[in-house]
Design a protein around this ligand. Structure first.
Ligand code: GLC
Length: 549
């Protein structure tokens, strides 16, 4: 980027992840859809009534799918699943989103397709099928053994026997999700046609699913064992993922999308990516623009984990790359409950909102976190996700964090008029957007205020940062700084207490300032108050935002 060019839009944007099944149903079938999302664009961006004020939507998959993995098993990459609408609805949705000033990125599942995809149907027909080598087929070893010991991410072996031509096929997730063979140039060119198809329809970028798995050693060597752990983690996944070819594929994709203006590529990289998720930025300008780093998301509510993010993880990103901040998504328990296991969940969700919207990088909100939606306890008979069912009740699973959006206190929370696909949370009559938006002290109002501040503050949305030493270990203090358009220096200080103790301390090297807000729900700040670094008082799980003089 030259000195004078404008920074790309996604550096100062705030993203909002929509899980299409659960956001808004428009046709009364109990499943969310594109027209439903379209009817809520005013909420997301800015409308006559309640408006959150985000900049971009990440839409989880809406492609036709048998929904074994709820859309991450795609059976046609260039269409819309009828549950969600049609291509026409999609075009209308994009047009209207853009009209609101919202960008839209789609999920792109590159590693695998559905076993119902025409490519796989043809591939499995016979050993001589023209698409045979689009997927990963292998003969068994002697004595009926599988080609290798590889384990699938969702349990069991990664190999499934296909009697048709007497070979095994590879699937790193469910057996209904056969892995593509990315060494085959025809696979790449078919997938790049898909990318062009959506870019030509106006999408603003992609969230790339499970990129660690794109490359595998196709000589199928066994993974080394790892002792003491169970299931997937019982082996070192050195041969079935994390091969260099994944980076080559990212570079190829980057070259392709650079023919389109302003497209963003965001990668989902595993927390244990070799070299850290930052390796998917490549040199900083030749792979991905943004990469999810789930190490923070997998950490407990502890100042050290956020400190580590700022002092180690962010600095490891090569120049040109840009961090992401994400606390919740459709695969993990919602952070309000993860952080709140032993403590005040609500207070922590408030302090987490401050971190999410003031740490350096691009924040991602997961639908409903702005109202404090919880993980919903479900009975086995209510579960839908095969992964959740498989490990129930030993792992929390994913359905509890995918329940319908809580819009209002009406039946089914304003999400649908009929029986929703997953139960609506029992607390939806008290915990919902309509009520939260009317309450100036609610978590929703705090998000809203922080989003406003972030939008108007160059320090918060793109400023440099530094962690300030000298605070108690349970408290994280950092500063953001940038030059405003008028040429003045703007400095913001953020102080968060990640413990249940009250702390009092001083920071001699910090200037004094005005406190813009405290996340403490019992003391919402109506107007700015004087803040003195000689006596900083942070209540349990309290966060403060200060404009320094
Ligand atoms: C990613 C998705 C997850 C999906 C998996 C397989 O991790 O986020 O929902 O099940 O990939 O596609």
């Amino acid at each position: 980027m030259s000195e004078n060019s404008k920074p790309p839009w996604w550096k100062s944007a705030v993203f909002y992840q929509i899980y299409p099944w659960s956001f808004q149903d428009s046709n009364g079938d109990g499943i969310g859809d594109l027209n439903g999302i379209r009817s809520r664009l005013g909420y997301l961006r800015g409308g006559p009534n309640v408006a959150l004020g985000i900049d971009a939507i990440w839409l989880s998959p809406v492609y036709p799918s048998p929904m074994r993995d709820f859309g991450y098993d795609v059976s046609d990459y260039v269409n819309i699943d009828p549950r969600f609408g049609s291509l026409h609805d999609f075009d209308e949705f994009i047009k209207e989103a853009h009209g609101h000033g919202l960008r839209v990125i789609m999920d792109l599942v590159l590693n695998h397709t559905s076993d119902q995809h025409a490519w796989f149907v043809e591939s499995r027909r016979s050993r001589s099928s023209p698409r045979r080598d689009w997927y990963c087929w292998a003969d068994g070893k002697s004595f009926g053994r599988r080609p290798s010991n590889w384990n699938a991410r969702f349990g069991g072996s990664s190999w499934t026997w296909d009697p048709r031509a007497g070979q095994y096929y590879l699937h790193s997730f469910l057996k209904e999700q056969p892995d593509l063979n990315w060494q085959n140039p025809s696979v790449r060119s078919a997938m790049w046609d898909v990318v062009r198809f959506w870019l030509d329809r106006g999408v603003d970028g992609f969230r790339l699913d499970a990129i660690n798995w794109l490359g595998k050693d196709m000589r199928w060597p066994n993974n080394p064992f790892r002792f003491g752990l169970r299931g997937y983690t019982r082996q070192h996944h050195v041969h079935d993922r994390d091969q260099d070819i994944a980076h080559e594929i990212m570079r190829e994709l980057r070259t392709l999308v650079s023919a389109y203006p302003d497209v963003v590529l965001i990668g989902e990289a595993a927390a244990d990516t070799p070299g850290g998720p930052a390796s998917f930025y490549g040199r900083g300008d030749d792979e991905l623009d943004l990469v999810f780093d789930f190490r923070v998301m997998k950490s407990p509510w502890h100042a050290d984990s956020f400190r580590r993010f700022l002092t180690t993880q962010v600095p490891s990103i090569p120049r040109g790359g840009w961090p992401t901040i994400v606390f919740s998504n459709h695969d993990q328990p919602r952070h309000i409950d993860r952080y709140g296991t032993e403590g005040n969940a609500e207070a922590r969700a408030r302090a987490a909102a401050l971190l999410l919207l003031t740490m350096p990088g691009t924040p991602f909100l997961y639908y409903g976190e702005e109202v404090g939606m919880r993980n919903v306890t479900l009975r086995y008979s209510e579960l839908r996700d095969p992964y959740t069912k498989r490990f129930w009740p030993f792992r929390p699973g994913r359905d509890p964090a995918r329940t319908p959006m809580q819009w209002d206190a009406s039946a089914h929370a304003g999400f649908t008029t009929s029986r929703p696909w997953l139960p609506v949370a029992a607390d939806s009559s008290s915990l919902n957007v309509a009520r939260a938006a009317a309450d100036p002290c609610s978590l929703w109002s705090l998000y809203r205020r922080l989003l406003d501040l972030r939008r108007t503050s160059p320090a918060l949305n793109r400023g440099a940062y530094r962690v300030i030493g000298g605070s108690p270990r349970d408290c994280l203090v950092y500063e953001r700084e940038a030059r405003t358009e008028q040429g003045a220096i703007e400095k913001m200080l953020i102080a968060v207490n990640c413990s249940q103790r009250r702390y009092e301390f001083n920071l001699p090297e910090v200037a004094d300032g005005m406190q813009l807000l405290s996340t403490n729900s019992t003391a919402p700040i109506a107007s700015e108050v004087k803040w003195d670094p000689a006596r900083i008082v942070l209540d349990a799980d309290e966060g403060q935002l200060i404009r320094l003089s």
